[in-house]
Design a protein around this ligand. Structure first.
Ligand code: T46
Length: 131
């Protein structure tokens, strides 16, 4: 499994920069939810779960953080998100952990489904069994 990055176009002029993201065009799903993670305490590691159906694109709109992704066959560590025009596509049934958040990190996530706790697989043994 390779990390799948999406590069967003930066529209810029002398006033500054702007990135626009449209469903099905810039991300491969209908965007039903947007959330963002910020003010993460140093040395905190988050995630530790997979999703049964949810697809997401994660973008560090400020600062940086790292992802670990594991699809049961391959574990890819230290995937760096450090640019507002770089999105990380995370498919369903991928285990994820996030860490090394910079103080100024704002991690924006575009999600294909509404929030649903029953879509989470939070136990790694259960995740392996389900694969
Ligand atoms: C993911 C990674 C990248 C809500 O009420 N609504 C929401 O849409 C979300 C995402 C979370 N919550 C509540 C549930 C918890 O009480 O916010 C709290 C923190 O969520 P969680 O512990 O799941 O956060 P992370 O950072 O472990 O994971 C999150 C997403 O939940 C998850 O889908 O892929 O970011």
């Amino acid at each position: 499994m390779k990390a799948k990055f999406i590069e967003f176009d930066i529209k810029g002029d002398e006033r500054g920069k702007l990135i626009a993201i449209e469903q099905f065009k810039d991300v491969p799903f209908e965007i039903k939810r947007v959330y963002y993670i910020f003010d993460t305490k140093s040395r905190v590691r988050r995630g530790y779960h997979a999703h049964k159906n949810l697809q997401q694109v994660a973008i560090c709109v400020s600062g940086s953080c790292k992802f670990l992704l594991d699809d049961g066959k391959e574990r890819v560590e230290n995937i760096i998100l450090d640019s507002p025009n770089k999105g990380l596509f995370i498919d369903k049934m991928i285990w994820r952990e996030m860490y090394d958040f910079s103080e100024d990190c704002v991690l924006l996530v575009l999600a294909s489904e509404h929030y649903n706790e029953s879509d989470y697989i939070r136990d790694s043994d259960e995740y392996r069994r389900m694969l």
